[in-house]
Design a protein around this ligand. Structure first.
Ligand code: MG
Length: 139
């Protein structure tokens, strides 16, 4: 399956659609809710997690995402076993595993006192500059 050719107008429309679908939700709100839930989950009665624990959790979720992609590839190559989950269910599951991975990545950043939003902006812009691409994130 070839990736779609990026049309700037279609990209702008997609960004607008995503913003509307998010209902104004911002990355800052996600980070805040993730931190609050983490404090509830890892309260004073629990053993504090190390950076390795957060990293392992993030990579575990990425592995779960890869396992779903393995099953999607079986559909793409028509080698999927009878009675297995259909593609729509697998795509939904992949979305959840990607979300799990991102949420743990944010908590990993918190553990090491990394401003992940700043890191996103810096890294995105560094790669764009290195590759000679015009896309930049505010920063
Ligand atoms: Mg998961």
């Amino acid at each position: 399956m070839r990736p779609p050719v990026v049309n700037p107008e279609h990209l702008r429309q997609e960004i607008t659609r995503l913003r509307e679908a998010a209902g104004g939700l911002t990355l800052a709100e996600v980070i805040d809710a993730n931190r609050q839930r983490c404090k509830r989950w890892h309260d004073a009665d629990t053993e504090p997690w190390t950076g390795a624990d957060w990293s392992n959790a993030m990579c575990g979720e990425a592995g779960e995402a890869a396992n779903v992609v393995k099953k999607l590839r079986r559909h793409e190559t028509r080698t999927s076993p009878q009675g297995g989950p259909d593609e729509a269910a697998l795509r939904a599951a992949l979305g959840h595993e990607i979300a799990d991975t991102i949420l743990y990545a944010l908590l990993l950043g918190d553990h090491y006192a990394i401003d992940v939003v700043e890191a996103l902006i810096d890294k995105f812009n560094l790669v764009s500059e290195r590759q000679g691409f015009p896309e930049r994130l505010r920063g």
